[in-house]
Each structure stands twice: as C-alpha cells, then as structure tokens.
Design a protein around this ligand. Sequence first.
Ligand code: SF4
Length: 370
Amino acid sequence: MVKVSEADTRGEASVVGASSSLAGASAFPADIPSVPSAAGKRILLATARGYCAGVDRAVDAVEKALALYGAPVYVRKEIVHNKFVVETLTKRGAVFVKDTDEVPEGARVVFSAHGVAPHVYQEAAARNLQTIDATCPLVTKVHKQAVRFADEDYDILLIGHAGHEEVEGTQGEAPRHIQVVNGPEEVHAVTVRDPNKVVWISQTTLSVDETMKTVELLRQRFPALQDPPSDDICYATQNRQGAVKAMAPRCDVVIVVGSANSSNSVRLVEVALESGAGAAYRVDRAEEMHPEWVAAAKTVGLTSGASVPEILVRDVVATLGTWGFTQVEPVATATEDIRFSLPKNLRADLKAVGAHPDRPHKVRVRKDRS
Ligand code: SF4
C-alpha cells in the first residue's frame, strides 16, 4: 500500500519547479496500476477530482512563504478544508490561528482560500500584520458582485451555509444588504424591502441542483429576482459533481476522499446518493475505510474533494486493491487547465530574491462538460 510520507506527497500534476510536497491531480494518472480482476471488481476513478486552482494556489502560497521567509508563517483559519494539508503544513512551520488577534504584532499572516470580510483586512492593518491574501479569485469575484449590488441598493440573497468561512467573508462585504438563505427550507422566511430589487448570489461550493431548487422557490416568491451575472458555483465544484453524477449509477459504492468540514466534499457524497449510487462514504484517509463497506460490491466509484492532495486518493486505490479491486477505469467528464497566479506581494518578494514564482501570470479556463 502506498503510504503518505511527509517527504513526498506530491502527485503528478505538481507545480512546475516547486520544491515541496502537497499537490493534487485531476488527470487520470498513467502510473496508477490497473490489473484485470478475475472477480470483476473494479474502481471507477472520477476525472475531474481533487485540487482545484484556488486550493493549489493557496497551499502553494503557504509553502512558498515558509520557504522564503522561514517559520513561523501564521495562517488565519484552515488554509483549505483538509485535515492532512493542515497537519502537513503545521509540521513544516505554519501556525494556524482562528483570528488575526492571535498573530503577533507585525508578523506575517496568510488569509485562506475561503476569503475574509473587509473588517479582517482592517484588523490586520491595525496590528501591522504582513498579509498574504490567498483568497481564491473565484471567491473574490463573488465579493465584488456583492459590493456592486449593495452599491445599487439591492437586497442580496446569499444562498449558502451560515457559519461557513466563505459565507461569512462574502456577507461581511455588505452586511446590511445581504441575508443568507441556507437552502430551500429557508425560502419561506426571507423578507425583502422591495421585491422588484432582489438578486441572488451563492457560495462557490454548493450542490448545483439544490441551489437551483432554492432559486426556483425564491423566484416563486419574488418573480423579479435577478440572477448573478455569471455562475457563482465554481467550475471545480461543478466538474466534480458532474463526474460523480456520471459514474454513480454504475457504482455499488462511492468513496469520496475529503474532510468533514469540506463543503464540496460533503456535497459529493450527497450527489452520489441522489444520482443512484448504492451507498456513499466520505473518508479523510484510506485507513478510515472498512472492508465491509465494499465486501458485496463489484464496482466502487472513487473521487475527492477540491482540497484533497492526490496522494490520499492513491492510498485509497492501493487499499481497495488489497481488497480485490485491482482494475481501475477513468470516468472522464471534464478536463481542467486553470491556474491562478500567486498573491501579488508574494510574487514580488520571490522575484526580489531571484526566485521565479513558477506560475503563469494569466488565468486560463478550459471547460468541457459536466
Ligand atoms: S472550490 Fe472553487 S471557489 Fe473554492 S477555492 Fe476551489 S476554485 Fe476557488
């Protein structure tokens, strides 16, 4: 069985030229062995899966900050919602804190991929913290939408999970204009000032289908409800759900690798069950799987959330292999070719010491189907 080691946890889609360890992969890796199974037991491996561009950038930012400035580097909240990533970065010198007041005056702090409310930037500035903002650009896009609609005095209905860091950050942009709608069951309780001036936006990692159901119910109440100018549920969330939808009807069991606080990972379990999987389980690591889950299964689907390093998926493949699931088949529904540049001040500091940031400057998206 492939074991995760601190020294080598990089998958095949590594950041070019990077020296260290945590990485994900969305392609079907040629080096995952696939051996015909006499018992007909097979794994369907979803593509796309694992790291999205926002997570890749955020994890890379912490790694490069540690390499450039040395430990400790403070990180506000979990940089991404994955236990293994947080544990690994902690061992390397990252210090995860709940809020900026736990960071020593003048120290360096990284803001997580989920984004922060404006008051957090202000608090950091008041404490002279040196901030590296790893907010995913697709979350920033939602923040900008919120600010724009608030400036135009809309009532903004933010579909999302109350208490989730991303939702707190977006709501903080315009607290007097935004109310959070936590799914279809909360639609009846929504009140607005002017039903002709209402817009909805959403968290980036929701279930596409459930969000559309919520929008439909909101529109029944507010027929003039305006749509956001573009999808808020991000490409990575949509692609990972699309792959699960495609494979779930063929699966006796679907395994989702991802942490319990990872919204998009939890959604993948729900999507698998709604799409016809016999059963679906979420695990942080291979060691959490039980052989009885798959004892009667012929086909096991496997995917991972957007904050999951590829090595954790490989561990699951290896463990399933020891239980007879030696044949691995890809289920490809989308290809992804998107990479975000590192935060600007980190790029500048890397260049100043002659280290090339090793990332393209432009954002490129290629989306097939989901
Ligand atoms: S899941 Fe989507 S919005 Fe969230 S970090 Fe990844 S790409 Fe960005």
